[in-house]
Design a protein around this ligand. Structure first.
Ligand SMILES: O=P(O)(O)OC[C@H]1O[C@](O)(CO)[C@@H](O)[C@@H]1O
Length: 441
């Protein structure tokens, strides 16, 4: 249940260069643990692995009640309010939710504003017993608010106000935002997102824990994995703390001209882990004209599309590769009589061996193509390993942001499109902005 850094981008970065970062890593560490850095009022994520047993018990009780009477949970949220859940469920399986018949399905809304998506979602719900978890830290984000308007009306029409109120759970701020008032008025069960935890660091709050508990995930094991990461990743020595080494490597590679970091995995279940990771690093570091652009690649699938670019395109990227040491299933390749497909040279070997060989072959090829690579090894695809991974990257991201000299916990740039959208839609209070936008440029 661990994530280990097993390849530190050599020969592109030497251990000496990594060690040269030590004073800066120490300073970043101190800013974080002494809570003296910018954004220090958003360090609540550090202690999430050890949160109140009372809150976890209440959360599990309600999750159980919802799971008893529903077979679809609609999770309404955007960004950090849904990506952690989606990442966890795709990581933990089933690998093919379209074909599986789980006792409860989790579907998403409020992460886009597509009329097609919402209409087709609402049209399908009649066939299921439905519950809704609406999640918004601010309680005012347009995408989830819009989706909830439709879902709330659907639930009340279908079940009546009283029963709908037992099937809707709100996860939001303690006191502020429209969702708090709406939940009070309708008597929804609510769970609180702590004031000192930002959206992208919130997967281990009820934001992730509640829907995951409804879906049957062992959230105690998830938290245990995060606790272990918290206990283990304490050494300030950059050569002994993998989370800090990763943060330092990213910064070295950025300064060496890599503008893009691609998160690479060889398990399809990691796809949404990469999406979660992209938000974490993108919102934390992309500011003040700085930061690596976080991208992701699903190998070996994308080797047959983006592989060409990585091998021979502009030398502007490095890869952070995650290898899963023990995937959920082992599969042996059968022998084929007559060897019509020519694959008998692989007979009786495991599919994992072939996948791992693709990883080795690709890393060697990309090294020849002058692409720096960092390799992580994740023990397995369990809840504990996932908790470890979540905490590992959150910690790396905080240190990396401080090394970069930005506030890793704000996201002022996200407001730009929102302000323009409100102005163009005619929201009261945005008249001057609208006039500015409509002035010919
Ligand atoms: O939970 P909220 O307040 O609806 O915000 C959702 C997401 O929107 C952002 O503010 C911007 O994408 C994220 O930081 C956050 O995770």
């Amino acid at each position: 249940m661990r994530l280990r850094l097993s390849h530190r981008a050599h020969p592109f970065v030497s251990d000496q260069e990594l060690q040269n970062m030590q004073p800066f890593v120490r300073a970043a560490h101190q800013l974080m643990v002494e809570k003296t850095g910018v954004g220090s009022d958003f360090l609540g994520w550090i202690d999430l692995p050890e949160q109140s047993a009372e809150m976890i018990a209440a959360l599990k009780k309600k999750a159980n009640e919802i799971a008893q009477k529903s077979n679809v949970l609609v999770v309404i949220g955007i960004g950090g309010s849904y990506l952690g859940t989606r990442a966890a469920l795709s990581f933990l399986g089933p690998a093919l939710p379209e074909l599986a018949e789980p006792a409860l399905r989790v579907v998403y809304a409020g992460h886009n504003m597509s009329a097609t998506y919402l209409t087709e979602l609402l049209a399908e719900l009649d066939r299921y017993d439905v519950a809704v978890n609406v999640i918004s830290k601010s309680g005012t984000t347009t995408e989830p608010a819009l989706a909830f308007r439709f879902l709330q009306a659907y639930m009340e029409k279908r079940y009546g106000k009283e029963e709908a109120a037992t099937r809707i759970v709100a996860t939001t701020d303690r006191a502020n935002g429209a969702l708090v008032a709406m939940s009070r008025a309708a008597s929804y069960t609510t769970f609180v997102i702590p004031d000192d935890v930002g959206g992208r660091y919130s997967v281990l709050t009820p934001v992730g824990l509640f829907p995951l508990a409804v879906a049957g995930v062992d959230i105690d094991a998830l938290l245990a994995g995060a606790r272990r990461a918290k206990q283990e990743l304490v050494d300030v020595d950059v050569l002994k703390n993998d989370a800090y080494a990763y943060a330092a490597l990213r910064n070295i590679l950025l300064r060496k001209g890599c503008a893009i970091e691609a998160f690479v995995s060889y398990e399809p279940g990691m796809h949404y882990i990469a999406e979660w990771w992209k938000q974490l690093f993108g919102e934390s570091e992309g500011k003040d004209g700085r930061g690596l652009f976080p991208a992701s690649l699903d190998f070996s699938t994308d080797l047959h599309s983006m592989g060409q670019y990585v091998q021979e395109g502009a030398r502007i990227l490095f890869e952070s590769v995650v290898r899963v040491k023990k995937p959920r299933h082992a599969l042996t390749i059968p022998e084929l009589e007559g060897n019509a497909d020519g694959l008998n040279y692989l007979a009786l070997q495991s599919v994992q061996h072939v996948n791992d060989t693709a990883l080795r072959a690709t890393m060697l090829a990309h090294e020849d193509g002058r692409v720096p690579q960092v390799l992580f090894e994740l023990d397995d695809m369990s809840e504990q390993s996932l908790g470890y991974l979540f905490y590992f990257f959150e910690l790396s991201c905080a240190i990396s942001g401080y090394l970069l000299g930005v506030n890793p916990f704000d996201q002022p740039g996200v407001e730009a499109y929102k302000k323009n959208m409100f102005a163009l839609l005619g929201k009261p209070g945005f008249e001057a902005e609208r006039a500015r936008l409509e002035t010919p440029r």
